[in-house]
Design a protein around this ligand. Structure first.
Ligand SMILES: Cc1cc2nc3c(=O)[nH]c(=O)nc-3n(C[C@H](O)[C@H](O)[C@H](O)COP(=O)(O)OP(=O)(O)OC[C@H]3O[C@@H](n4cnc5c(N)ncnc54)[C@H](O)[C@@H]3O)c2cc1C
Ligand code: FES
Length: 279
């Protein structure tokens, strides 16, 4: 069992949770993820490290409440326990020698962008963060990103309620046009990553994306997270989650992400009927 040592509600549907996990905290690296099971018999869901402390024995993740399991998580408090937390899983993000890099975080993807920007900056990169969300309320970790030494932050919202009005691809394109980028890293909804990769491809800027296919075991055994990268089949959980954004088969990824939508809707509706917070 893993004891919860921190919780924070960041916005209406976005939460941060810290868990006591000394062995995981000692090994965590930027871009890696965890498989979390709230209770015995529940499903395992992948969530990315947003922070960790090997000295204080904790790890943190930020999650958006979208369905049954994330809803269950949002009801837990400090002192409660999670049944399982397995990690660190996946290949760490490559942070050495990326030069002038744009780190693009869309929505809750900022939870991944934060440790990646921090690690790239610590490794000597010149980092420009492009932080995007539908509106100001949904921006995640803006203050923490602005506090990183030597990191520039551009905020973009769909409705213009904070920063520039528009999509993250606008400032990304400007950086490309100015010849100011050696690399880009994007994490967020698949459609956002797809258009970031299409933007940088025009300018030949190498682009890494952190993919979020459906994952079941997270250990390379079940095949649920299969993705096509160029002419290769890869498993997101062990070969990724980072891949070359210019080679991802985006249509396949997005269609496979929708495979369980009907079951997820039923599970969430059942849970909401039973859950006291809806009565
Ligand atoms: C490597 C990786 C890292 C991720 N990191 C984060 C993170 O840091 N914060 C965050 O909020 N979300 C993250 N996600 C997505 C997160 O796993 C889903 O939001 C979560 O599983 C939803 O579960 P649910 O029961 O609440 O919702 P459901 O109603 O079951 O699903 C809602 C949507 O979440 C996605 N999803 C559901 N189950 C899975 C699964 N087993 N694997 C992958 N996606 C799933 C699907 O798109 C689905 O339509 C990550 C996904 C991956 C693959
Ligand atoms: S989640 Fe099962 S193989 Fe990747």
């Amino acid at each position: 069992m893993f004891r919860i040592v921190h919780t924070r509600q960041i916005s209406d549907a976005v939460f941060e949770m810290g868990v006591e996990a000394p062995r995981i905290a000692r090994k965590a690296k930027a871009g890696q993820f965890l498989m979390v099971r709230v209770a015995e018999g529940g499903e395992r869901i992948p969530l990315t490290f947003s922070d960790w402390s090997a000295e204080e024995d904790w790890i943190r993740f930020i999650y958006m409440r979208v369905g049954k399991t994330t809803h269950q998580l949002s009801h837990l408090s400090v002192g409660d326990e999670l049944a399982d937390v397995v990690g660190p899983l996946g290949t760490p993000t490559h942070v050495e020698g990326v030069g002038r890099v744009a780190v693009i975080g869309g929505g809750v993807g900022a939870a991944v962008a934060y440790p990646v920007a921090r690690a790239m900056s610590a490794a000597g990169a010149r980092v420009t963060v492009i932080l995007g969300a539908r509106n100001a309320e949904l921006l995640v970790l803006e203050d923490e990103l602005r506090a990183l030494p030597g990191v520039t932050v551009n905020v973009v919202t769909d409705d213009g309620s904070a920063g520039e009005k528009g999509l993250v691809t606008a400032p990304l394109k400007r950086l490309c046009e100015a010849g100011a980028l050696d690399h880009a890293f994007a994490v967020g909804p698949a459609i956002m990553m797809k258009f970031c990769a299409a933007t940088t491809a025009e300018f030949g800027v190498p682009t890494t994306v952190s993919l979020n296919p459906i994952m079941v075991d997270g250990t390379g055994m079940c095949g649920a997270c299969r993705v096509t990268i160029g002419d290769q089949i890869r498993f997101g959980c062990v070969d990724g989650p980072d891949f070359d954004g210019h080679l991802v088969n985006w249509e396949e990824l997005m269609s496979r992400q929708r495979v369980y939508v009907d079951d997820e809707r039923v599970a969430d509706a059942d849970y909401q009927r039973e859950c006291s917070c809806h009565k």
